[in-house]
Ligand binder design. Sequence first.
Ligand SMILES: [Zn+2]
Length: 292
Amino acid sequence: MSEEIKKCPVCLSEKNALFDQRQFRSHQVINRVCGSCGFVYQSPRMAADELDAFYASEYRQVYQGKAGPTPKDLFMQNGRADSLLDILSAQGAAAARYLDVGCSSGILLQRFQDHFGCEVVGVEPGDAYRAYAQKQGLTVVPDIADLKGARFDLISMAHVLEHLPDPVSYLADLKADYLTPSGLILIEVPNLYSHDSFEVAHMSSFSAHSLRQVLGKAGYNMIALKKHGRPRSEILPLYLTALAQPKTGAPGYRLRPERNVALKRRTGLLWRRILQKLLPRRAWVSVAQVRE
Ligand SMILES: [Zn+2]
């Protein structure tokens, strides 16, 4: 069943305090904040075997009541692809071999393939989404270990890192086993200071600061960070998108603790409520034209 996380997933400190407690669907969700570095993580949380079963089938149903991609889902993924391509273009990025971890229905793979003319491969543990992507002619495997030996010069993880039990190790393994030495990693996560964040499947919640710390500890330099709401909002900074590259030179990284995390969360959500009141149409882009 559920497991208690005794050490901070980033700095390994055992000091922590209750940060948020709520009901999400039928689940009790408890988040704690690290007393040393300020990282926010769920504890107790689902154990590894429970998580595997959850993603194999339950996840999409919990979120959408269906086992395959809905029109709204496809609309969101296309909007997200536009946004990620804009961020990459602004950095002059290119790719020859591209891997999308958590590729869902494969829209990002198709869009990147069209844009860069690159070879694309996806990882998707969810059976229904993987089958859908494969039906589009894409190469998609259930587990990244199935790609052992392959190297990619661009790897993306859009709305994946917050789901992983150990984000630092996962990113370090990507660097060691799958990314070329000068490759790029593109990561998007919900922003703790604007997004609701505390869902049952979110093991961690990131601020711009903690995302930088996690990347640094895993052996990357962050080269760009964008706070934005695309495709859901024109003005709310719901998401954090980071572009990073493997660090060269001496290993090791000195963590910089983040302070006043609770205050920043409260302020961020207050600002969000104000913007929703003042500019409702810009705060939330209508997806009503998309039929379920
Ligand atoms: Zn910590």
